[in-house]
Write a protein that binds this ligand. Structure first.
Ligand SMILES: Cc1cc2nc3c(=O)[nH]c(=O)nc-3n(C[C@H](O)[C@H](O)[C@H](O)COP(=O)(O)OP(=O)(O)OC[C@H]3O[C@@H](n4cnc5c(N)ncnc54)[C@H](O)[C@@H]3O)c2cc1C
Length: 454
């Protein structure tokens, strides 16, 4: 046992430490099955304990990688054998719920789905939601400013976190547990940590905004003949569903065909349409909401904006529609991308991308889907070929954004994977300011070194 591991055992107790040998039995992440490497993993059970751990790490100049549910897609939580891992899995509770203020105080290690379910039992909706809900943590979601399926109505983590507590690299606790929507008292410090991917501080607790749980839900999968049909449907739903539209997920034919059919999920609609939309609206008056949703769909069909549609008759059927969007396993392995750009530029981008990919290799294809109302496209590029063409594919996918006002990362962050591309979306002055912030908060470069900025 190295000196620092002995010191950590002495401080937090042997039960709070996972040895390097045991870590070898864990996968690196959701995406990478190779063994986790680290000196050890520390699982503190309180902010105070974590503060002491960080004081020791600072004294020993020990680098630290924070890990949540390991579902992040940009290698942001990957550790080396020289690092100590911090896991907040023992800090996993909802500490309090205030029904009058509509807020909850949640510890960072709580798993997203558990939080959603426990709050739903009390009549509240915590609206950040995505396919990795069963493993991703609240701390990880805050650290990556996660978005997901309901952003068009409720915003990303940044919009939902009112207050936050974080431990800095030297063990200082910054408690900024604001509970109000309004509090203009100088710099909004919580926003420094949201989206900082564990490089500026370790998020330990958050105060989040809650919404009353909706009591009615309308879902439909639509097929359209054109992207114009997609955008007209989005506009109509935004205007005519009285603010209840909560999800509008678009799948290009390339993605839909890859995840349905003989080797995939049952196809809810014919597989020949160029675009598919999974739309959902949630409200508080079942009869009115159902009627308004159905009337609007009929109008869109009559106007020729929608070519075909399927409305689920049960929760099971609804689940089957969502599986097509969320369970992309049949399309894997692939190079995974998450870009954003204005909706009006999306067809130009996808045409450009398809052209460049097929020019590069005739068998290469981009499977496209995404949260288009947020300007967010996900792209799977196949074939994967053990990842040997990663650089070439990056150049094509990011190069096609040139001149379209897009971003190389919509909601997944930068981590290690996108670090070399940060300059495509951020100016030199912006990156210099990011480095200044990093040096100020973590002068010894101990927190998640090499991630986001080098
Ligand atoms: C199937 C699937 C679907 C997904 N869909 C979406 C989606 O729709 N939208 C979306 O935004 N993301 C999505 N993701 C990505 C991922 O789930 C999110 O980024 C998630 O927020 C990561 O949480 P995590 O707990 O797994 O964090 P990890 O992957 O463990 O860590 C992610 C980053 O956060 C840092 N971190 C973790 N916890 C803390 C903490 N307490 N304090 C400081 N830093 C910390 C880590 O160091 C790392 O840099 C998806 C992933 C999968 C596998």
């Amino acid at each position: 046992m190295t000196d620092i591991v002995k010191q950590l055992v002495h401080t937090v107790g042997v039960d709070a430490i996972v040895s390097a040998e045991r870590l070898h039995q864990r996968a690196t992440s959701y995406w990478d099955p190779s063994p986790t490497k680290a000196k050890c993993m520390v699982c503190p059970d309180s902010t105070d304990a974590l503060s002491q751990v960080m004081q020791i790490c600072s004294e020993y100049r020990q680098t630290v990688v924070v890990q949540g549910g390991l579902t992040g897609t940009v290698e942001g939580a990957v550790s080396t054998s020289d690092d100590v891992i911090i896991s907040l899995e023992r800090m996993n509770k909802i500490e309090s719920v205030d029904a009058v203020d509509g807020i909850a105080v949640i510890q960072a290690g709580a798993v997203m789905q558990t939080v959603q379910e426990q709050l739903a039992e009390q009549g509240f909706l915590f609206p950040v939601d995505f396919g990795a809900r069963g493993s991703a943590t609240i701390g990880g979601a805050a650290a990556t400013n996660a978005g997901g399926l309901n952003v068009l109505r409720y915003g990303m983590m940044r919009n939902l976190v009112l207050g936050l507590e974080a431990v800095l690299a030297d063990g200082t606790v910054i408690s900024s547990m604001n509970q109000m929507l309004k509090n203009n008292t100088g710099y909004d410090l919580k926003q420094l940590f949201i989206g900082s991917e564990g490089t500026l501080g370790i998020v330990t607790r958050v105060v989040v905004r809650l919404y009353p749980m909706c009591t009615s839900r309308q879902t439909a999968m639509l097929a359209t003949h054109s992207f114009d049909g997609v955008t007209k449907s989005l506009q109509a739903m935004r205007v005519e569903l009285g603010g209840t539209l909560s999800a509008f997920e678009v799948m290009w034919n390339s993605y839909y065909r890859a995840v349905t059919g003989p080797k995939g999920h049952p196809a809810p609609l014919d597989r020949e349409y160029p675009y598919y939309v999974l739309a959902e609206s949630e409200g508080y008056n079942s009869a009115e909401d159902d009627a308004r949703f159905q009337n609007l769909l009929e109008e869109l069909v009559n106007d020729g904006d929608i070519a075909d549609a399927v409305i689920p008759k049960s929760e099971k059927e609804r689940g089957a529609l969502w599986t097509v969007r969320e369970d992309f396993e049949p399309a894997l392995p692939a190079y995974l991308y998450d870009v954003s750009l204005p909706i009006r530029a999306m067809t130009t981008y996808v045409d450009r991308l398809s052209g460049k990919l097929s020019k590069w290799r005739s068998e290469a294809a981009g499977l496209v889907f995404g949260h288009i109302a947020d300007g967010n496209l996900h792209i799977f590029v196949t074939p994967y070929d053990d990842g040997e063409h990663h650089q070439a594919v990056d150049e094509i996918v990011y190069g096609c954004l040139d001149g379209l006002s897009g971003s190389i990362s919509a909601e997944h962050g930068i981590g290690i994977e996108k670090r070399q591309w940060l300059g495509k979306t951020r100016s030199e002055a912006e990156i210099a300011l990011m480095r200044t912030l990093k040096k100020t908060l973590d002068p010894r470069n101990l927190l998640n070194p090499g991630k986001v900025v080098d």
